[in-house]
Design a protein around this ligand. Structure first.
Ligand code: ZN
Length: 262
């Protein structure tokens, strides 16, 4: 019997969870960690469609065991001060899952994470400033699912500035462009397809500001989860194909090596 129920989207919110333990200002804003604030918002905004759990750097395998990754439809990633502490083996496992179809949402300083750089194949560098900037994120693609329910722009009264040039490959879709008080602009919301996986980068979220408590920021991340979810896992393989129609005689058949591609 078929069911009309929407598929449950299994979300893992990954947080580095180091700033919150070291900086009292960050701990005050996010007493349970930024990842928990994001996870709580997603659980609420998912309206029963999201099954949300968290994982952090200092757990075994950074909380990203094979069992967790195999039961994650969309992974969100926030890291900053400890990108170098993320094991290359875990990065390789996450990358493989993204290529198979797992969605990935990279937040703020995650632009310099090993996983984002590996998937972008670029520097992912940018200009930055921690000062008194206001940020205004303009929606450049109002019909996009990630922009659903949003006003024409989101204004954040105080944020870290990120400016162009942003060292990313040309995005498949650009959803937001930010303007900052200091005059800079930045491609703040962008998507790519890598293999079978959907990737969304979303800029705001410096740890010393209450950005992840902002309802519109939370809405964007929830929209991003729905957009990135494919429900697919397509294993990478390079099969040898038998022809579907009869082929003419192959004059080089005797000389052709028989071993397959490695
Ligand atoms: Zn930052």
């Amino acid at each position: 019997m078929s069911s009309s129920a929407k598929p449950l989207i299994r979300v893992t919110v990954w947080g580095e969870y180091r700033h919150e333990k070291k900086n009292p200002k960050v701990a005050k804003l996010y007493p349970q960690g930024m990842h928990q604030t994001i996870a709580d918002a997603l659980a609420k905004l998912g309206g029963g469609d999201f099954a949300v759990r968290t994982a952090t750097l200092d757990e075994p395998e950074h909380g990203l065991s094979d069992a967790v990754l195999d039961s994650t439809d969309v992974l969100t990633w926030w890291g900053h001060m400890a990108h170098g502490d993320v094991s290359d083996a875990v990065v390789a496992k996450v990358r493989r899952r993204v290529l198979e179809g797992m969605g990935l949402i990279v937040l703020h300083s995650g632009h310099y994470s090993k996983i984002f750089k590996a998937l972008m194949g670029d520097t992912c560098s940018l200009t930055w400033r921690e000062a008194t900037d206001k940020e205004r994120l303009w929606v450049t693609c109002p019909s996009h699912p990630i922009a659903r329910g949003l006003p024409p722009y989101i204004e954040l009264p105080a944020e870290e500035m990120y400016g162009e040039p942003f060292g990313i490959p040309t995005p498949d879709e650009l959803i937001f462009i930010s303007w900052f008080t200091g005059g800079e602009v930045f491609r703040s919301g962008a998507t790519w397809r890598r293999g079978n996986g959907n990737i969304f980068y979303f800029r705001p979220g410096h740890e010393t500001y209450p950005t992840y408590h902002n309802p519109l920021v939370q809405q964007v991340i929830a929209n991003g989860v729905r957009w990135a979810h494919s429900g697919l896992r397509i294993k990478d393989q390079a099969p040898n194909m038998k022809p579907l129609e009869p082929l003419p005689p192959d004059p080089e058949a005797a000389e052709r090596p028989t071993e397959g591609h490695k």
